[in-house]
Design a protein around this ligand. Structure first.
Ligand code: ATP
Length: 219
């Protein structure tokens, strides 16, 4: 569903992604881990069509939606209007299915997005992405700035959408435990290059991955 081959993305003369090859199959949930500045958001933005590859290719079968890092809501618009903007490309006007999946959004519909808590804002960004009726979702740092309970709640919604709707997910995270709980496979990106990839269970046993991302080996 998502097929990235030999991708190079640069900002001027600085190479942010250096020959990346990565795939996410239909209905799969795959994680992308990496430290600050590794190139994770660059990949997310390239998948969403916001950045142009210098070389290589990006192919997405179906519609892809991005939950961007930092949510990027319109703070002066209501939750309902932020959601409506998500439906702009699909022509979807009615948010009722999104409200069914994320009932808290129905309660918040008339509130200004800018006054919501971080977790509520992330839920709006989630709902806005779903308004475009995506086949694939790229989530750029679900857990960023959120309390563990809020993250767990959003993660449960994501897992449920994957199970019940077959939503394909690329989960970009610095929280490897969360990523390994949710996903079957993961890629590790450092300084614009993929350094390792594989089944999460195997990666969690890899001392380099455990040391860097899990605070020591999982016992
Ligand atoms: P973080 O976890 O901190 O968000 P990231 O893995 O998402 O980091 P990117 O934001 O993709 O990393 O950045 C990758 C590299 O590209 C970094 O060295 C960053 O400084 C650089 N970079 C990102 N955006 C730009 C830009 N608009 N212009 C120039 N350089 C950029």
């Amino acid at each position: 569903m998502i097929d990235v081959q030999d991708l190079v993305v640069s900002y001027g003369t600085a190479t942010a992604l250096d020959h990346i090859t990565l795939t996410v199959g239909k209905g799969e949930m795959v994680a992308l881990l990496g430290p600050n500045g590794a190139g994770k958001s660059t990949l997310a933005n390239t998948l969403a069509g916001l950045l142009r590859p210098a070389s290589g290719s990006v192919r997405v079968d179906g519609r892809l939606a991005l939950i961007p890092e930092g949510r990027q809501l319109f703070p002066d618009l209501s939750v309902a209007d932020n959601l409506a903007l998500g439906g702009w490309r699909s022509g979807r006007r009615d948010p009722s299915t999104v409200y069914e999946l994320l009932p808290r959004l129905a309660e918040l519909a008339g509130r200004r997005a800018g006054v919501l808590s971080g977790g509520e804002q992330q839920m709006v960004a989630f709902g806005r992405a779903l308004m475009s009726e995506p086949d694939a979702l790229v989530v750029d740092e679900l857990s960023l700035g959120l309390a563990p309970g809020v993250t767990a709640d959003l993660a449960a919604h994501l897992a449920e959408l994957n199970r019940s709707h077959g939503l394909t997910v690329l989960l970009i995270e610095q929280n490897a435990r969360l990523a390994f709980d949710l996903c079957s496979r993961a890629y590790v990106l450092e300084s614009g290059r993929l350094v390792t990839e594989g089944e999460c269970a195997r990666l969690a046993d890899d001392p380099r991955v455990a040391g860097a991302y899990l605070g020591g080996a999982i016992t």
